[in-house]
Design a binder for this molecule. Structure first.
Ligand code: CO
Ligand code: ZN
Length: 345
């Protein structure tokens, strides 16, 4: 869990994943035969198989949703920000952020007008990102000197264990990166060539996965990502999508990809045989790197293994420790038998 904590607390918005990439390279280099970083910043680590097995590409994205500084007010020192990835603006009020400037990091506050002086009208209005500003608590002249348009901004939140849950910002998708690293370390005998790919720019449209899967040209693609767990008060059981503590989720479909039916069946068979807790997932809205992998070259048999997560795209994203472990176990078990998978339709 120490590694998961480190991954989650690292900062990296789409296109600026360097801090996360450093951790991934540190972890994967010792356990792989070849490692490379491409022009978009994807880390591609190859662990060769013992035979002529299929090429299996695993993808987990390093980027987290965040912002870019879009305007520095030279008179007041307040910053305006432009989102990179989809935010629920309700969760942005009263948060601290980190502004990553060339000369170093600054902690800032996302400010809004206090409730005491809001008009009836303003109180009813939904907050938009254009209404928000970042307060660095510094004189305008200082801010102007040190912060530039284009500097990136992330939310600041420590990780915490909450009962059986692990909660942090950016669990989407650092927990996927963590599962990938741990599975690659865990896997013993495997015939298949394993390409562990830590991708970039997923949150702005699966861009890193698109180019890295072209490069790898896999036979089988497996994306690792979080999925909705809406097992909370106010949601009916039929709306849960997944449930925390009910195991790793084998994705059947989301709005950007339909998992390969033979991979779905294989995953389920392995989970049943090895007694790995699992649930089947259908997500009405959203997508993963599998969407890009499946449409690479002449098409790739693809699937997503999901880690059920509550409070997605907020700073308190939370996943169950047992589900994280189940995801590692299922992926490692699959990799060991990947050469037996019949993925021809
Ligand atoms: Co996301
Ligand atoms: Zn994600």
């Amino acid at each position: 869990m120490q590694l998961l904590k480190e991954l989650c607390e690292a900062h990296g918005i789409p296109g600026r994943e360097e801090a996360v990439r450093e951790l991934v390279v540190r972890e994967l280099e010792p356990v792989s035969d070849e490692i490379q970083v491409d022009a978009l910043g994807n880390v591609i680590a190859l662990k060769k198989g013992s035979g002529r097995g299929p090429k299996v590409m695993i993808a987990a994205h390093m980027d987290e949703i965040g912002f870019l500084v879009s305007y520095v007010d030279g008179r007041t020192g307040f910053l305006r920000i432009d989102p990179v990835g989809g935010f629920d603006t309700r969760v942005l009020m009263a948060q601290r952020v980190v502004v990553h400037a060339d000369g170093g990091d600054f902690v800032g506050i996302i400010g809004t007008k206090p409730v005491h002086i809001l008009s009836e009208e303003e109180r009813k209005k939904n907050l938009e990102i254009k209404d928000l500003f970042v307060d660095l608590g510094l004189p305008a002249s200082d801010v102007k000197k040190r912060v530039r348009v284009g500097d990136y901004v992330t939310l600041q939140q420590d990780s915490a264990q909450v009962g059986k849950l692990f909660s942090c910002k950016a669990l989407d998708d650092r927990v996927g990166v963590y599962v990938m690293i741990e599975a690659v370390k865990k896997v013993k005998k495997h015939t298949a060539d394993i390409y562990a790919v830590a991708t970039t720019q997923e949150e702005v449209g699966v861009r890193g996965a698109r180019v890295s899967s072209f490069n790898v040209a896999p036979d089988i693609g497996i994306a690792l990502d979080v999925t909705v767990a809406s097992d909370v008060p106010g949601a009916g059981e039929h709306e849960h999508v997944t449930k925390l503590g009910a195991g790793t989720a084998i994705k059947v479909k989301d709005s950007m990809s339909i998992s390969h039916p033979k991979l779905v069946r294989k995953m389920r068979e392995i989970a049943e045989k090895k007694k790995i807790k699992h649930q089947m997932e259908i997500l009405p809205r959203g997508g993963t790197d599998a969407a890009a992998i499946q449409m690479t070259r002449e098409g790739v048999a693809s699937i997503t293994i999901s880690i059920p997560t509550r409070y997605l795209h907020s700073v308190v994203e939370a996943a169950h420790i047992d589900d994280i472990q189940a995801s590692i176990n299922l992926l490692a078990s699959f990799l060991e038998v990947a050469h037996t998978v019949d993925y021809q339709l």
